[in-house]
Each structure stands twice: as C-alpha cells, then as structure tokens.
Design a binder for this molecule. Structure first.
Ligand SMILES: Cc1cc2nc3c(=O)[nH]c(=O)nc-3n(C[C@H](O)[C@H](O)[C@H](O)COP(=O)(O)OP(=O)(O)OC[C@H]3O[C@@H](n4cnc5c(N)ncnc54)[C@H](O)[C@@H]3O)c2cc1C
Length: 434
C-alpha cells in the first residue's frame, strides 16, 4: 500500500483548511512538512460564495476568483501558492479511515498517510430528506448545497429549467439565500418551512417580518407551518411536484433543500471525545487525543465570553479557529504559549441587495429599531438582545462598515441598559457612542 508521511496533515479542504495552510506558511513550514487532504477536486475556497455570486445569471463568481483567503481581504491562495510553499495539496482524495492511535489516515483508493500532528477540518455535511425516508426524495433535480460540485449541478438545472418553477424547502440561511438566487435567475420561487417565521434560530419575528415582506415584494411565495412529505416524478425520474403535509401540492422543476447540517465526525467516532455533536476541544483547538487538533464547523469549543461550550457553523469562526490552532501548534513547539481563543460570534448573510451582520448572543429580551418597512427604498434596521440588564447581541441590516463595527463593539463590551424603550429610541446611535 502506498504510504506518505508528513509532519502536519490538515484533513479537509474547505475554509478552515485553507486558512490553516496560510497560517502555517506565515509561521514557517519547511517544504514537504505539510499536506492538505481534501475530497474536493479544487483548492480551498470561500464556501459562502456558492449560495451567492456563484449562482448569479450575470458575471457569476468562478474559481480561481474566490479561493481563500479573499473573503477576509487576504491573499488568494491559488494551487501554485501551495506548490511554492512546499505544501502538498492532495485533492480528490477521500479519507475513509482514521486510526488516531496509529497516527494514520487511509483514503478510499487505499493510500496511507502518516502524520505527527493532525488538524481535523472536515466541516459539515447536509441533512438529506432521504435520511428521513421522505417518499421520492432521491428524484432528479432535488438539490442540496455544500460543495462546488453541488453548485455546478444546480447551475446546470437553472439553465435547463429556464423560467420554470422552483420550490425551496427550508427557511434558514441556505433557503433564504437560494430563494433569492433562484428568483434572480427568473424562476418562479416558492419557499416552504414549518416554523412561524424564517431563520427562527437567529431572527426575531420582527426581523423576519422584514425579510418575508421583502421576498414577497420580489414575487417569492412563502408557505409556513408545513413541511414536504413527498415528491412526484415524471418518466425521466425528474421531480415534478412537492407534496406538503397540509395537503397542498406544488408544481416544481427544481427543488432545493436546506434543512440543516451535521458535523462530519464519523471517522473519529469512539476515538476522540465529543460534545454537543462536535469534537470537543480546548481554547487552543486541541482534542482529547494528543497531537490531534480540530477546527471549524466540526468542533465544540469553550466560548469564553459566555462561559459555555458551543459549536459555531459560520465562516468567521472557521477562519479564526484555524489560525488559532496553527498558532498554538507552533507556539508549543517553541515552548511558548498563546492566549486561549476568545471568540465573539459573528454571522452574516447577503441576498438580493440586502446584507446583514450579527454579533454576540441572541438570548434574552429584544428591541427592534430603525426602519424595517420592507417597502422602504433603503431600509436600515436592527435589533439588540438584552440579558441581565446588558446588551449581549446586535443585528443590523444595511449597515456601513463603521456601523457594523459599532454593533460588534457593543456585543463585545456588553454595556448596561436601563430602559428598553430608550434603547429602541436610540437605536444605532446607542451602539455608535459605546
Ligand atoms: C452554501 C453555503 C453558504 C454559506 N454561507 C455562509 C455565510 O453567508 N456566512 C457564514 O457565516 N457562513 C456561511 N456558511 C458556512 C461556512 O461556509 C462554514 O461555516 C465553513 O465553510 C466551515 O468551514 P470548515 O472548513 O469547517 O468546513 P468546510 O468549508 O465545509 O470544509 C470541509 C472540507 O473537508 C472535506 N472533507 C470532509 N470529509 C472529508 C474526508 N473524509 N476526506 C477528505 N476530505 C473531507 C470537504 O470536502 C471540505 O472540503 C455557508 C455554508 C454553505 C454550505
């Protein structure tokens, strides 16, 4: 069996893997010391682009345009960059077995990779309707979106089913961004989700009302309080209808499902400590197994600010956790130490000409401020979350870079609040003066 040996191996080829490779290069790595193993066929890229500009009908984003680290304003790491740094980029290679005590990974094509230090950056995978045995869920033209191959297939279907009908199952991040992308491509879009409003894990009813109104004004139909329970197909096996639990049936040429993700921990089951569905790490992203680190979507880590272990499935954390892990590895080799990860949760999304940012924790009471009328030509509004008399989270739609910085600062500083009414009146100016 072919065997290769490296000092460091990054398992995964997504956002965290790319940022980890850049940090290794910054800290100094000798040619041949580091390998990045990915089942994708392309070098690490900024995954959020897949549900946004990658699906645009005009001037879509394409590789090599959005390889990491352009999403955070950094250098774009093309395949040649890895070559120049002596980093081995091992693509189209799925690892199917991880032997952590033996410090060995085995690929689907039987190759064996030995390491001294491993960084697990396997990310998440989508939850599929077929996982729940939904009838007809494996029909053609039912799509999920995680990797660039998925986005390519969706783009082909958009072209093939021009001006057709699309049904989006799920009202979270992916559902909202893809609903917009398909509408921009002139499909007739209906969104279906069981909750009383979209993105309930983050949005308050007030925030959601804006987006639902805005989407309705764009011609997107929204059906709430029900779920897809089956699909009909034509003789080619292509989806033609979505059957809903409430008895309605929707015609569909394309279905996109965004009902959540699951961290990819399967390879390490029983070998490493897990918590809250992720691989448990400390504030340096060390797992319970010596010389094994984990970063990005796959980890449950101590969120110092809230004194709680959490998993964060967002791109900012993927980037920062990767950098933290590599800094910690390099520092420990030099007998030095660094500060533990002290993360302020940050999520964002963009759809149509909208753009929002959220910082902090969405717990406690909420106040809505600003102009949240979906018909306003330039709506700008936000929300604060207040717990134990302090602002702990802040959301802003349509903010300038300075305003977004101000809400990030509020979420970090957690200033006291005397009156919620006063806070609602002050709105953004409350954040700006902190
Ligand atoms: C379509 C889409 C849009 C998004 N938009 C936003 C957004 O707007 N804002 C935001 O904050 N976050 C967004 N996210 C979330 C963000 O992209 C993720 O949090 C981030 O990519 C996590 O990085 P990661 O490196 O942990 O995982 P990933 O980027 O998913 O990378 C995991 C990598 O590991 C590889 N891999 C997995 N298992 C194996 C194996 N056994 N062998 C070899 N390789 C393997 C995968 O192929 C992949 O290359 C979005 C996610 C998606 C899917």
């Amino acid at each position: 069996m072919a065997e290769k040996s490296f000092k460091y191996v990054i398992l995964g080829g997504g956002v965290a893997a790319g940022y980890a490779a850049r940090e290794f290069a910054k800290q100094g790595v000798q040619p041949g010391e580091l390998a990045l193993i990915s089942k994708e066929a392309v070098a690490p890229y900024e995954r959020p682009a897949l549900s946004k500009a990658y699906l645009f009908p005009e001037s879509p984003a394409r590789l090599p345009g959005f390889h990491v680290c352009v999403g955070s304003g950094g250098e774009r790491l093309l395949p040649d960059w890895y070559k120049e740094k002596g980093i081995e980029l091992i693509l189209s290679t799925e690892i199917v077995k991880a032997d952590l005590p033996g410090k060995t990974l085995i690929s689907a094509d039987g190759k064996s990779f030995k390491y001294q230090i491993l960084i697990i950056a396997t990310g998440s995978t989508v939850i599929k309707l077929s996982d729940f045995g939904v009838q007809g869920a494996d029909a053609k033209n039912i799509f999920y979106l995680r990797e660039i191959d998925d986005a390519d297939k969706l783009n082909e279907a958009i072209k093939e089913k021009k001006n057709g009908k699309a049904v989006i199952v799920g009202g979270g991040y992916i559902g909202l961004e893809l609903g917009a992308a398909l509408r921009i491509n002139n499909l007739d879009v209906t969104m279906v989700y069981p909750e009383p409003w979209c993105m309930p894990r983050l949005f308050t009813s007030g925030i959601a009302a804006f987006y639902e109104g805005y989407y309705a004004n764009k011609g997107i139909k929204i059906i709430k309080g029900t779920v897809a329970v089956g699909f009909s197909t034509n003789s080619e096996g292509e989806v033609t209808e979505v059957k809903l639990k409430d008895g309605n049936v929707l015609g569909a040429d394309i279905v996109v499902v965004g009902v959540g993700g699951r961290p990819l921990t399967t390879l390490f089951k029983g070998q490493v400590e897990e918590e809250k569905g992720g691989i448990k790490t400390d504030g340096f992203f060390k797992t319970s197994v010596p010389d094994v680190y984990a970063v990005g979507d796959v980890v449950t880590f101590p969120l110092k600010l809230y004194n709680e272990d959490r998993r964060v499935e967002h791109v900012d954390h993927a980037r920062k956790s990767a950098e933290q892990a590599v800094k910690a590895i390099k520092a420990s080799e030099e007998g030095k130490s660094i500060d533990a990860y002290d993360y302020l949760p940050y999520f964002y999304s963009r759809a149509f000409d909208l753009s929002w940012q959220f910082y902090g924790d969405n717990v406690g009471d909420t106040v809505l401020f600003g102009d949240s009328n979906p018909a306003s030509p330039k709506a700008k509004f936000g929300s604060y979350w207040i717990k134990d008399g302090k602002v702990v989270g802040a959301f802003l739609e349509g903010g300038t870079p300075e305003e977004n910085k101000a809400i990030a600062n509020v979420a970090r500083v957690q200033p006291p609040v005397e009156s919620l009414d006063q806070l609602a009146k002050e709105g953004l100016s409350f954040a700006s003066k902190i």
